[in-house]
Design a protein around this ligand. Structure first.
Ligand code: NIG
Ligand code: FE
Length: 425
C-alpha cells in the first residue's frame, strides 16, 4: 500500500538539495549542492516528508498532485536576506546623473539618495506603499525568491518608521513570500537633524528602538517566532563605528539580532564591531581588508556581499567574495533591492554577477542564495534547503542543469514555484 501524500515531484534529473543539516555552509562545502540525480521530493501540507531517488519515492507514495519534472532541475526557493523593497517614489533621475559622471556618494552628500526616497516614503500612505512593494515582491517571487527580508529606513522619524513596519507586516500577511522585518532607523541622518547627528542617534536609541520592539511584541512576526533585526549604515555621511555600536547594542538589548551595512565605500572597523556584537550578518564588504575577512572567517557572522550594487553603480571593484569563501567565511548573496544603489529584483542576476566578477562557482552562488541566505535571517533551520521536515519552498527550473541559473543572465530560470507546499504557477 502506498502512502497518500499531497505533492510528489519526481523524475528530476537534478534534485539540488543544498542540504546542510543544522549549520550554514563554509569553505569547500559551498561547492557541494547535495545533488541527487533522478530525484524526487514528497510533500505533506507545508513540509517536506521525503527526499531521494525517484523510483524509490514513486514506489512508496501516491500524491494528490504529482509533477513529472523530467528535463527540469529542482532547487530550494531563493532567500533574499537584505532588501529595501518598501519605498516611495523612485530615483531614475539619479541614474541619469550617475551616467553623466556623478557618484552615489556625491549625490547622497548633496541631499539626494536615501533622503530623497525618505521624502517620498514619508508622503506615501500605508496602502500606497503596500501596493508598490507588492508589485515588486510579485516579480521577485516569479524570479524565484520565496523568502525576503525587508528593512525600514526611509521613514527616519518615529511615525514614518513605524509606518514602514506596519507596511512590512501587511505584506507578510498578504503576500505568498515569507517576509522578515529589520529596523533600520539608522539608515542616514534625516535633514531635520543635519546639525545634530548625535541627537538623531539618541532619538533612534531612546525612542525608535523601544517603539520598534513594542511593535514587534504585538506583531504576528513575534507570534510566528520570526525574528526582528536591527541594522545600521556604518559609513561616512551616515553613522560612525561608535554610533553604530551603540545603536546595534540598543537593538540587541531590546531583543533584536544585529545586522550591519559596512565597508561599502570605506573601511573603519564595522566588521570587527559587528562580529564583537555577534551580528547575524555583515553586508556590502567591498572595502573589507584581508584582516577583516579573517575576522569574518573565524566567526559565525555571515558575510553578505551585494554585487548588484557594484554592477548598478558601474564601478570596477567588487567585494572579494572569493577570498571570503577561501578563508572559510559563511557567504550569502542578496539583491539589496532599493531605488538608489540596486534597483534589482533578481536573485538569478545577482548570482550571475557574483560568478562573473567575484569568481564564485555556480554551486557556491546557489548555496549562498539558499541555505546560507536562510541562516542570514535566522531561518536556516526552517527553510533554505530541500531536507526532511523543512518548509516545502521549491523551484522547478526550465533547464535540466542548475548551472543555467547563473550561466545565462537577464533571464528567468524558474518555471514553477512551490511555496509552503502550494504550487503557485
Ligand atoms: O544597501 N547603503 C545603504 N543603503 C542602501 C542604499 C539605499 C539607497 O540608496 O536608497 C544599500 O546600498
Ligand atoms: Fe542595503
Amino acid at each position: 500500500m502506498k502512502t497518500v501524500i499531497d505533492l510528489l515531484i519526481h523524475n528530476t534529473p537534478q534534485l539540488v538539495t543544498c542540504a546542510a543539516p543544522n549549520s550554514p555552509k563554509r569553505g569547500n562545502d559551498m561547492q557541494d549542492v547535495g545533488l541527487i540525480e533522478n530525484g524526487a521530493v514528497a510533500v505533506v501540507g507545508e513540509k517536506i516528508l521525503a527526499v531521494g531517488d525517484s523510483n524509490d519515492l514513486l514506489s512508496r507514495y501516491t500524491a494528490r498532485q504529482q509533477i513529472d519534472a523530467s528535463g527540469k532541475a529542482v532547487c530550494p526557493g531563493f532567500v533574499d536576506p537584505h532588501t529595501h523593497v518598501v519605498f516611495g517614489g523612485d530615483r531614475a533621475h539619479e541614474f541619469e546623473m550617475r551616467i553623466q559622471g556623478a557618484s552615489y556618494v556625491e549625490i547622497m552628500a548633496a541631499g539626494g539618495g536615501i533622503v530623497s526616497t525618505m521624502r517620498h516614503t514619508r508622503d506615501a500612505s500605508v496602502a500606497e506603499l503596500v501596493a508598490s512593494a507588492t508589485r515588486r515582491l510579485d516579480e521577485m517571487l516569479a524570479l524565484g525568491s520565496t523568502t525576503v527580508e525587508i528593512k525600514t529606513g526611509y521613514g527616519l522619524d518615529l511615525k514614518s518608521e513605524l509606518k514602514m513596519l506596519q507596511v512590512i507586516e501587511k505584506l507578510d500577511q498578504s503576500h505568498p513570500c515569507d517576509i522578515l522585518p529589520t529596523f533600520l532607523g539608522a539608515h542616514t541622518v534625516p535633514p531635520e537633524y543635519k546639525d545634530d547627528p548625535e541627537g538623531y542617534v539618541d532619538l533612534v536609541i531612546n525612542d525608535m528602538i523601544p517603539a520598534a520592539a513594542a511593535w514587534y511584541q504585538d506583531s504576528h512576526f513575534a507570534a510566528n517566532e520570526a525574528p526582528l533585526f536591527i541594522d545600521v549604515f556604518c559609513e561616512d555621511h551616515a553613522f560612525d563605528v561608535n554610533q553604530s555600536r551603540r545603536i546595534l547594542q540598543a537593538g540587541i538589548d531590546a531583543g533584536m539580532r544585529a545586522k550591519i551595512h559596512t565597508d561599502q565605500f570605506n573601511s573603519f572597523g564595522g566588521v570587527a564591531t559587528a562580529v564583537a556584537l555577534n551580528a547575524i550578518s555583515a553586508d556590502h564588504l567591498d572595502f573589507s581588508s584581508s584582516a577583516e575577512i579573517e575576522i569574518l572567517a573565524e566567526s559565525d557572522t555571515i558575510a553578505t556581499p551585494l554585487p548588484a550594487v557594484n554592477f548598478n553603480l558601474g564601478v570596477d571593484y567588487y567585494a572579494d567574495a572569493r577570498q571570503m569563501i577561501d578563508a572559510g567565511a559563511i557567504v550569502a548573496l542578496s539583491t539589496d533591492i532599493n531605488p538608489g544603489s540596486a534597483p534589482c529584483l533578481s536573485m538569478p542576476l545577482v548570482m550571475a554577477i557574483a560568478c562573473r566578477f567575484q569568481k564564485l562557482l555556480s554551486a557556491e552562488a546557489l548555496n549562498a542564495s539558499t541555505i546560507n541566505a536562510a541562516h542570514a535571517i535566522g531561518l536556516g533551520q526552517r527553510l533554505g534547503s530541500i531536507e526532511i521536515g523543512k518548509q516545502a519552498d521549491l523551484l522547478i527550473l526550465k533547464e535540466a542543469d542548475y548551472h543555467h541559473i547563473a550561466y545565462f543572465f537577464g533571464h528567468n530560470p524558474v518555471e514553477t514555484i512551490i511555496k509552503r507546499g502550494r504550487v503557485l504557477s
